[in-house]
Design a protein around this ligand. Structure first.
Ligand code: SF4
Length: 264
C-alpha cells in the first residue's frame, strides 16, 4: 500500500488501497497536508450530485471500520440509519447521551433497533448528571450553556473521535446559516476527522417526504411542534413560520452546541 504522509506525525496519512483509491487515515489530531485537503475537496465536489446512499457507500468504502456516525435521532439521522442498515449495518453509530435528553428521543433509539437491528451506542460524559450538577451547585444549562455543551457533548465526541478516521452526520445546509456551506466531505479540524454529510444538499421537505414514504421511525415530539430536538431543558416547540432551529436555546442567542461549528 502506497502511503503519503500528510503531517509530521506518521499516524496520519493518505494511503492508496489495492484499488488505487485514496484513503485518509487519522489517528492523531494534526492537520492533513494540502494534497490531502485537495483530494477531499475533489471528492466532495464529485459527490455533490450523488444520492445519500452513494455518499454513504463511498464513506464505507474509504473509511469503514474507522467510520463512525453520530445521531441525535432527528429525521435526518433516522433516514441515514435506514440506509446504513442496508449498506453496512456494522458501522459504529453513537448518540451523545448528555443525561438531559427527552425520553421520547431514547424511545426512538429502541424503535430504530427493533426495525433495523441497529443498536445505537450511548456515549455518556464521565460525570452523571447528579454528580455534574452537584459539582456546579445545580444545573448550568441556563447560566452557562456553552460550558454545559462542552462538557456533556464536545468532550464526549473528542473521546470517541480518538478511535476513528471519519464521522458521518445528518446536517443539512438549509438548517441554519452556520451550516449553509457544509461540504459533502471535508476535514473537521475541531475533531481531527474527515466529516461526511450525506444529506448536506437535501431540504427539510425532502427528508420528511422520504421518512414518511418509507415509514422510518422518528421522534414523536416532531408531531407536537418540536422541529429540532436536543436536550430537554434547551428545546421548546416552535411556532409556524419560525426558523427550524428557533426552539433550541431559545432567547439565549446560542444557536449551536459546537459539534458542527469550526470555532473552539
Ligand atoms: Fe447542556 Fe443544554 Fe447543551 Fe444539553 S443542550 S448539553 S442541557 S446546554
Amino acid at each position: 500500500m502506497m502511503t503519503t504522509a500528510v503531517c509530521d506525525r506518521t499516524e496520519q496519512s493518505v494511503s492508496r488501497n489495492w484499488e488505487g483509491r485514496s484513503v485518509v487515515a487519522s489517528h492523531s489530531k494534526c492537520e492533513p497536508d494540502a494534497e490531502a485537503l485537495a483530494w477531499l475537496d475533489l471528492q466532495s465536489q464529485a459527490l455533490e450530485d450523488a444520492s445519500p446512499e452513494e455518499i454513504i457507500q463511498w464513506a464505507v468504502e474509504h473509511y469503514h471500520p474507522k467510520l463512525a456516525m453520530a445521531t441525535a435521532f432527528g429525521p435526518e439521522g433516522c433516514l441515514i440509519l435506514s440506509m446504513l442498515a442496508v449498506i453496512e449495518p456494522s458501522v459504529y453509530v453513537f448518540n451523545l447521551e448528555t443525561g438531559y435528553q427527552f425520553q421520547e428521543t431514547l424511545d426512538t433509539r429502541e424503535r430504530i433497533a427493533r426495525k433495523y437491528g441497529l443498536v445505537v451506542d450511548l456515549q455518556r460524559p464521565d460525570l452523571a448528571v447528579e454528580h455534574y450538577e452537584a459539582m456546579h451547585g445545580g444545573p448550568i444549562y441556563k447560566t452557562d450553556p456553552d460550558r454545559c455543551c462542552r462538557d456533556r457533548k464536545l468532550a464526549v465526541l473528542h473521546r470517541v473521535a480518538a478511535n476513528y478516521s471519519a464521522w458521518m452526520t445528518g446536517i443539512r445546509r438549509d438548517q441554519s446559516p452556520h451550516r449553509a456551506k457544509a461540504p459533502i466531505v471535508g476535514w473537521d479540524k475541531k475533531f481531527g476527522l474527515v466529516k461526511i454529510n450525506p444529506l448536506a444538499n437535501w431540504t427539510h421537505k425532502r427528508v420528511w417526504a422520504r421518512v414518511v414514504q418509507e415509514d422510518i421511525p422518528y421522534n414523536p415530539l416532531h408531531d407536537q411542534g418540536y422541529s429540532s430536538i436536543g436536550c430537554r431543558p434547551c428545546t421548546r416547540p416552535v411556532q409556524s413560520g419560525d426558523d427550524e432551529r428557533a426552539g433550541r436555546w431559545g432567547g439565549t442567542g446560542k444557536t449551536e452546541c459546537g459539534l458542527h461549528t469550526t470555532d473552539g
